[in-house]
Design a protein around this ligand. Structure first.
Ligand code: PLP
Length: 232
């Protein structure tokens, strides 16, 4: 077990270094560590990785408690308003703001913690209805209300999207290009220079995402191996 663990962990370091070497300099790597042990995260940390993505608030809070304090924790999974409190004191970026209600909850908890929390708006670009995220027209209607400008605890930094899970690379490319167009348009029309983050691409499709303009990719299994949801 230890011997296997050791060999497995050596691979994590190598995976990080290889992945980083292949990414353009301006693309930020979020190492998606959901379900991974603290030891695995430390191996990635020792390879220089500082941004880690989690999808469960309580799991993220526990890992925050036991790992180095210069780690920047990103919430990438669907977030319920009643769980914002677990991560509000320390979270570095929330990728998954998919409703006005969640935005408002984050604002309240940020103010309570005397912080400004950076967020991305998650846009639904995949065809599966199970995926979370704003529909484009709903998002624009909400932005037009101007409510987001009154929030003192939240800063909108960009967009996040998850493409359809498919082998059809042209379809993936279309979805990512569409999100990139929306990102550039919103930056121009609504936000300006602080709106600077386009989070798209995971293990299976990050190359296409980067070609389409992603400057943040979220990669899990290519670094840590297949996830074992069973042992949670
Ligand atoms: C799990 C997850 C990822 C990482 O997926 P991999 O295929 O393991 O790279 C990226 N983004 C989100 C939103 C996820 O939930």
């Amino acid at each position: 077990m230890t011997i296997f663990g050791f060999r497995f962990n050596m691979t994590i370091k190598e995976n990080i270094l290889r992945l980083k070497a292949g990414l353009p300099e301006e693309v930020e790597l979020v190492a998606v560590s959901k379900t991974c042990s603290a030891e695995s995260i430390l191996q990635a940390y020792q390879a220089g990785q500082r941004i880690f993505g989690e999808s469960r608030p309580q799991e993220m809070r526990a890992k925050y408690g036991e790992l180095p304090k210069d780690i920047r924790w990103h919430m990438i999974g669907h977030l319920q308003t009643n769980k914002v409190k677990y991560i509000a004191p320390f979270v570095n970026l929330i990728h998954s703001v998919d409703s006005a209600k969640l935005f408002e909850a984050i604002d309240i908890h940020a103010v309570k913690n005397a912080r400004t929390i950076d967020v991305l708006l998650e846009v639904c670009i995949a065809e599966e209805e199970t995926k979370h995220g704003w529909q484009e027209d709903h998002l624009i209607a909400w932005l037009d209300t101007g409510i987001y400008r009154e929030a003192t605890g939240v800063r909108i930094r960009g967009l996040m999207g998850i493409a359809t899970n498919t082998d059809d690379r042209e379809k993936t490319r279309e979805e990512f290009s569409g999100l990139a167009r929306l990102y550039l348009w919103l930056k121009e029309e609504y936000f300006g220079p602080d709106f600077d983050t386009l989070s798209m691409g995971m293990t299976s499709d990050y190359n296409i995402a980067v070609e389409c303009g992603a400057n943040m990719v979220r990669i899990g299994s290519m670094i840590f191996g297949e996830r074992n949801y069973g042992k949670q």
